[in-house]
Unconditional design. Structure first.
Length: 194
């Protein structure tokens, strides 16, 4: 059931990349605090499939706390080169330990080391960046010839879309806008006024 709008997200990502965008899979993730204060940050979407959009982070971050307290979020992709935007709204669920392990094992070694160096202090005030550089160097030497175990701070989430809006901007300001809304497990496509 999820296939049509998910395929379109993937198509727009691929088209933006072909036009020369180096990282079209980056999106703004918006969550909300308990006090209903919005909070947004750029993240990387690691995988898009019929189950949803996957992203990874550190367990002690503000975004994880906000997702646990309010498991609804919005993702916004902006494709500057093609002048397009995609808004994805939905429920966010944590990945299982097995899924986290799977993705960790497929994460490049350099990224595993970088993540393990900064994850314990992510979002915290630190005296200087040398602490992170030293930790990265120490991990690189310690695990030079062996696999790095999964970081206890590594966690993934899946945003399962409930509404997806596609904007294709036009210079005459009559942009093409349509949305898919999930109703009774079926996607309903609607044209919207810009």
């Amino acid at each position: 059931m999820m296939h049509e709008p998910i395929s379109l997200i993937q198509q727009w990502l691929e088209e933006e990349q072909r036009f020369g965008a180096p990282n079209p899979q980056q999106a703004v993730l918006a969550t909300c605090t308990d006090d209903k204060i919005p909070h947004a940050r750029v993240i990387v979407i690691r995988e898009i499939n019929d189950k949803g959009l996957l992203f990874f982070t550190q367990k002690n971050t503000r975004k994880v706390s906000e997702i646990k307290n309010n498991p609804s979020a919005t993702l916004v992709f902006w494709f500057e080169l093609k002048q397009r935007e995609i808004i994805v709204e939905g429920a966010v669920t944590p990945l299982t330990a097995e899924e986290n392990n799977h993705y960790w094992l497929h994460y490049p070694r350099e990224a595993q080391i970088r993540f393990s160096a900064y994850a314990p202090t992510s979002s915290q005030v630190i005296p200087n960046k040398n602490i992170l550089e030293a930790k990265r160097k120490q991990l690189d030497q310690e695990f030079q010839n062996k696999a790095l175990p999964i970081s206890p701070f590594y966690c993934g989430f899946r945003l399962k879309p409930e509404r997806i809006v596609f904007y294709a901007y036009r210079t005459d300001e009559l942009s093409d806008v349509f949305e898919y809304v999930l109703i009774n497990n079926t996607w309903v496509k609607q044209i919207c006024s810009p």
